[in-house]
Design a protein around this ligand. Sequence first.
Ligand SMILES: [Zn+2]
Length: 115
Amino acid sequence: MHELTLAERAIAMAEEVARRAGARCITRVRLGIGALAHVDADTLIYCCGLVARETLAEGAEIVAERIAGEAWCATCKQAVELSRVGNACPHCGGFELEVVAGDEMQILDISVASR
Ligand SMILES: [Zn+2]
């Protein structure tokens, strides 16, 4: 499952950050999910909970926030907001769009406890 792979990556990244910070455990992970990423936030949160078992992130609160998609419009010559792949440019109605942001998942920040 796509979400499970992303969850494994997210927890691994969070653990690495926490270790570098000398933290004992992770209390909260805030994920940013691009609107164009084809990721189901609820499924991702559930998978993170599974993957986090017996890691520093066990029991951590997982929060997912939606990040707007952005595309470069070749007609308007500017970046425009895109809520879904396949949508037209909101300014000119054209389809010469190239996605530049919002098609990925990232960790926005994590909260850790040192003891
Ligand atoms: Zn346009």
